[in-house]
Design a protein around this ligand. Structure first.
Ligand code: CO8
Length: 258
């Protein structure tokens, strides 16, 4: 499939998507979000793919939603047209893990997009922020909701109210990113992590993702109950038999994703 705003490739069992609007620092518009959604759904439906990596360029993961597009919006354009936002949530429907590999700017919608991924690996030059307030708007894709859950209310308020950027080190201390790597190693590190995940049993990987995400949607006791049921369900898989047999036979497992 041909895309104009993203580049898509497959390496082993990993699907790689690069945001590719370099002249606008990967600013997110409707076309890009449509293509991203389609590429994610295609990888999710492809049995040969076990994990997905989403990245941008060395200068920008994404510098936010496209301001030229929004500048003359009316309320009705935003509300009734639902431009930009209408395909925004596709990423939440993806059942396989999506790793954000973030170098450079991840601002506004770019930061929100990274936060919708399952975890973020950051280059040492990464900068995160929710600068919408400087434009006279507020975050519109989870910045006021996912950021406090990721980094605490204090830091989320600080970032959303002052529009300041947070560097990679601060983002790691705050819990927004899982690891920091040198910028020139970012993609290798993200692809390596994705390859490790893609080598695990796919149904079990999906159960892990679903269970961890449940922690953000429910009470602790409901979440633990959900986890317990998923744990029980793992014993219905062939990969559980293979994983435990391989351990006892002191050999690597050969998962068949069943
Ligand atoms: N939209 C459109 N174009 C952009 C954007 C953007 N968000 N960011 C950068 N660009 C363009 C610039 O206009 C410039 O274009 P040109 O060369 O034609 O003048 C080009 O990219 C390069 O940018 P700069 O020259 O500004 O590069 P600098 O290195 O000087 O600065 C910055 C980089 C600091 C990233 C700067 O470009 C900047 O501040 N960008 C805007 C960041 C921002 O405010 N982001 C938030 C946008 S609002 C938002 O994301 C709301 C999300 C709502 C989501 C709702 C959907 C569900």
């Amino acid at each position: 499939m041909d895309y104009a705003n993203i580049l898509v490739e497959v390496q082993g069992r990993v699907g790689l998507i690069r945001l590719n609007r370099p002249k606008a620092l990967n600013a997110l518009n409707d076309d890009l979000m449509n293509e991203l959604g389609q590429a994610l759904l295609n990888f999710d439906a492809d049995d040969a793919i076990g994990c997905i990596v989403l990245t941008g360029s060395e200068k920008a993961f994404a510098a936010g939603a496209d301001i030229t597009l929004m500048a003359n919006y009316s309320y009705m354009d935003a509300y009734k047209g639902d431009y930009i936002t209408r395909n925004w949530e596709t990423i939440r429907r993806i059942r396989k893990p999506v790793i954000a590999a973030v170098a450079g700017y991840a601002l506004g919608g770019g930061c929100e997009l990274a936060m919708m991924c399952d975890f973020i690996i950051a280059a040492d030059n990464a900068k995160f922020g929710q600068p919408e307030i400087k434009l006279g708007i507020i975050p519109g894709a989870g910045g006021t909701q996912r950021l406090p859950r990721a980094v605490s209310k204090a830091k989320a308020m600080d970032l959303c109210l002052t529009a300041r950027m947070m560097d990679a080190a601060e983002a790691e201390r705050a819990g927004l990113v899982s690891r920091i790597v040198a910028a020139d190693k970012l993609l290798d590190e993200a692809m390596d992590a994705a390859t490790v995940i893609a080598g695990m049993s796919l149904p079990i990987v999906m159960m892990v993702k679903e269970s961890v995400n449940r922690a953000y949607e429910t009470t602790l006791s409901e979440g633990v109950q959900f986890e317990r049921r998923q744990f029980h369900a793992t014993f219905a898989t062939e990969d559980q038999k293979e994983g435990m047999r391989a351990f006892l036979e002191k050999r690597p497992p050969n998962f068949t994703h069943k």
